[in-house]
Design a protein around this ligand. Structure first.
Ligand code: 1CP
Length: 317
């Protein structure tokens, strides 16, 4: 999950006077930001500080951050999609691999795991076709109904990029990788099976043979829980709308679980956060493994004490 970010005063200081993109490209700064949650709130793993759009920026797509990703021109039409440059992440975003190597060095003596990540094809495509963030992402859904072959082409290109990007992060020293499909839950089950599930399956198959855990996260996924477990991910990361106990009972033999506290619950008093952590651990117990986490990233308004109460309660279990 997004664990660095604006809720942390140290992050705001490190970012002062520097654009988000510059912070992602500046190896020293990105290493420092990546380590902040470990040092300041006591997480047990570190996620690379970057963004799901960085490999696409590297490919030359005109993406800016304000603070979310935006494109001056949404990516629509056959010509625009056919002219997306070929992905070659190691050449296009070399700083990502330098950051991973530096984090590896910093974390090895402490035995702290390092996570890489990528955005999933549907979510990346949703922003590209919309031109930025949205509540409904209507443009990509219209494309699905009006120009299905074109959308398929776009998703295929993004799937290819994602496989290369994740594979190279594992080669550069990530212990595990997480795929974020934040907006796939906007689709009903039938459309999800058509547009999203095959991309997840292809990515897992292509990465097959790697011993490193693959974590799959889909936000708003309560209506597609069986589909999440169909992919063959080592870990399925659930948001807070999913009944964790039921998922652990039904599918827990097939995958470990991650999640699923509502990030807003970190506004509660420490004792309530501890109760919620204990309940989540109990609910997930039937599964073959469980990574205690939020059901989505920390919100900018999150009190730092709430995040600390969460990690302390988790360690005290
Ligand atoms: O701990 C970390 O910060 C890890 C690095 C990380 C990750 C894993 C960032 C830094 N972003 C992400 C993933 C990401 N980015 C996702 C998938 C997971 C999720 O849903 O949170 C998505 C959808 C994005 C897109 C994005 N980038 C948004 C959301 C826009 C929207 O539509 O709501 C935003 C605000 C960004 C910029 C960004 N990325 C990361 C940070 C810390 C920020 C905020 C920049 C800032 O203001 O400082």
């Amino acid at each position: 999950m997004r664990q660095a970010g604006r809720y942390l005063p140290a992050y705001r200081e490190t970012r002062a006077g520097v654009s988000f993109l510059e912070a992602c490209r500046d190896v020293d700064r990105a290493v420092e930001i990546s380590l902040q949650p470990l040092r300041l709130v006591g997480t047990e793993a570190v996620i690379l500080f970057s963004d799901i759009f960085i490999p696409l920026v590297g490919m030359g797509l005109p993406i800016e951050f304000a603070p979310g990703p935006t494109l001056a021109e949404p990516l629509r039409g056959t010509d625009a999609i056919r002219s997306i440059p070929a992905p070659d992440p190691e050449a296009q975003v070399p700083y990502v691999y330098e950051i991973l190597a530096r984090l590896r060095e910093a974390l090895d003596p402490e035995g702290v795991p390092l996570l890489g990540f990528a955005g999933a094809p549907w979510t990346l495509a949703a922003y590209l076709v919309e031109g930025g963030g949205s509540k409904e992402f209507g443009a990509i859904k219209r494309m699905a109904y009006r120009e299905p072959a074109l959308l398929r082409d776009l998703l295929d290109r993004l799937t290819d990029m994602t496989v290369r990007y994740l594979r190279s992060q594992l080669e550069a020293g990530a212990d595990a990788v997480q795929l974020f499909d934040t907006w796939a839950g906007l689709l009903g089950p039938e459309e999800y099976r058509r547009w999203v599930l095959p991309t997840h399956c292809e990515i897992v198959q292509e990465l097959g043979g790697s011993d490193s855990p693959f974590i799959l996260y889909v936000k708003d996924s309560a209506h597609v829980v069986p589909e999440l477990f169909e992919v063959g991910a080592d870990v399925v990361s659930l948001d807070w709308r999913v009944d964790l106990a039921a998922a652990a009972e039904t599918f827990g033999a097939r995958a470990s679980l991650q999640g699923n506290l509502d990030p807003s619950a970190l506004a509660a008093p420490a004792s309530s956060i501890a109760d919620a952590v204990a309940r989540i651990a109990r609910d997930a117990a039937p599964a073959r493994g469980h990574i205690l986490n939020l059901g989505h990233g920390c919100l900018p308004e999150t009190p730092v004490e709430g995040v600390r109460a969460f990690t302390e309660a988790a360690r005290a279990l």
